[in-house]
Design a protein around this ligand. Structure first.
Ligand code: NAD
Ligand code: MG
Length: 417
């Protein structure tokens, strides 16, 4: 039985991970949960999964959580109350809990960095959903993996597809473990992209895009931030950098292809020109389960793929003019060092401001680019963890200042933030 910790248990990745654990109770058990603010759901998860420890990002909510749990245990039969922790230290302690075998990282954004590092330093295996951690801190995370022997298993569907395809290659032993070391015969990666909420909108129509339009994804049901990232295609840009760090492959060898059906989750091309793909319905449970069962395959009763039901699989090149975030991510990835941390933080802040309706959808890439541009003279090639944390902070402030300065020509009049 594998002991699993779920970081971000109340989110889209977190709840799907818990559904898998519920479905296969002989295979998996929950050891630790961490969450943000959703107390009713945390209480329900504690009752169902009886974790050893629960950590809340916001320490001030701990007394209320404790009260809710005490009230429940006196109403019904007494239940074991887990150890309750809070704040950054609490999250780190839960992420590195001694009895855990695998940590699923479902926290959104760079907030996942320190808990993920804590888990890595404790030698825990990681199912990486929280891509922002690797993108912001690749130069810090990769050496830590080597040092501790912790293994990074990709839960992002595209990277899981690549990882699954690599299992069937002559270099499976080394290539399947993500340490950023180049895989000799891996010639190219083709990352598939659904195209996001606006794939069928013209550039002209995008001028009318609203928050509610940008947060409705045609194929996947996910948290708000990643849904907006999918609409700008920044998600795919972030995934290019994620693939670079995970598989040690050059940016020139990573291609993006729009595949609206989201059935092929990505492809690898090998030295002899053979292309391997992984297919399945768009459902995050499959890549999460593969991390949890790797190197084995768990038998499931899940809906099986029938290509005759799908009908057509189509592909097209992405429109780089309509979606500037993709090219930006390539140049940011190539610049390396602290630049991906800057782009990632600027993107998190820009999406937050967009969700508050302070900036327009079309202005997201403009502000991110401006922040990256102003970081150029200060780029550090071999940043420490402290460098990354302070650069991340700087970029968020710089983006808000950029909005307030009002020098960028925007799609809607700027509003102070
Ligand atoms: P979500 O918004 O649904 O959930 C985020 C979780 O993180 C919640 O439990 C929330 O309470 C917690 N959280 C938020 N801020 C926090 C903070 N400051 N400190 C601690 N915890 C905090 O997000 P999601 O869609 O589940 O995405 C989670 C991660 O997985 C993201 O990095 C995303 O890019 C990645 N991912 C998600 C999907 C998907 O299908 N949802 C697919 C691929 C990758
Ligand atoms: Mg993905």
């Amino acid at each position: 039985m594998k002991a699993i910790s779920v970081l971000g248990s109340t989110g889209s990745i977190g709840t799907q991970t818990l559904q898998i654990i519920e479905e296969f109770p002989d295979q998996f058990r929950v050891v630790a949960l961490t969450a943000g603010k959703n107390l009713p759901l945390v209480v329900e998860q504690i009752q169902k999964h009886a974790p050893e420890v629960v950590a809340l990002a916001d320490e001030s909510l701990l007394p209320e959580l404790n009260e809710r749990l005490l009230a429940l245990s006196s109403e019904n039969q007494p239940k074991n109350i887990p150890q309750l922790l809070g704040g950054p230290d609490g999250l780190n302690a839960a992420a590195s809990w001694s009895t855990t075998d695998l940590v699923v990282t479902g926290i959104v954004g760079c907030a996942g960095l320190l808990p993920t590092l804590a888990a890595i330093r404790a030698g825990k295996d990681i199912a990486l959903a929280n891509k922002e951690t690797l993108i912001a801190a690749g130069p810090v995370v990769l050496p830590e993996l080597k040092k501790s022997g912790s293994r990074l298993l990709p839960a992002d569907s595209e990277h899981s597809a690549i990882f699954q395809c690599l299992q069937g290659t002559p270099w499976a032993e080394t290539a399947r473990l993500s340490t950023g070391v180049p895989t000799p015969g891996l010639r190219r990666i083709q990352l598939t992209a659904s195209g996001g909420a606006f794939r069928d909108w013209s550039t002209e129509e995008l001028k009318n895009a609203t928050v509610s339009d940008a947060t409705s994804h045609p194929n996947w049901s996910m948290g708000k931030k990643i849904t907006v990232d999918s609409a700008t295609l920044m998600n795919k840009g972030l995934e290019v950098i994620e693939a670079h760090y995970l598989f040690g492959i050059d940016y020139d060898q990573i291609e993006i292809v729009i595949h609206p059906q989201s059935i092929i989750h990505s492809m690898i091309e090998l030295a002899d020109s053979s292309v391997l793909a992984q297919l399945g319905w768009p459902d995050m449970k499959l890549p999460i389960l593969f991390c949890m069962s790797w190197p084995n395959r768990q038998e499931t009763p899940w809906r099986r793929l029938k290509l005759s039901e799908v009908g057509e699989l189509t592909f097209r090149a992405p429109d780089t003019a309509k979606y500037p975030c993709m090219s930006l991510a390539y140049s940011v990835g190539r610049a390396g060092g602290t630049m991906p941390a800057v782009m990632n933080a600027a993107n998190e802040e820009a999406v937050a401001q967009f969700l508050k309706e302070k900036i327009h959808f079309l202005d997201i890439p403009k502000f991110i680019e401006a922040v990256c541009e102003s970081h150029k003279p200060d780029l550090q090639n071999k940043p420490s963890l402290d460098d990354i944390i302070s650069i991340d902070n700087w970029a968020r402030i710089a983006l808000r200042e950029e909005i307030n300065r009002g020098t960028i020509k925007t799609a809607i009049p700027r509003m102070a933030v």
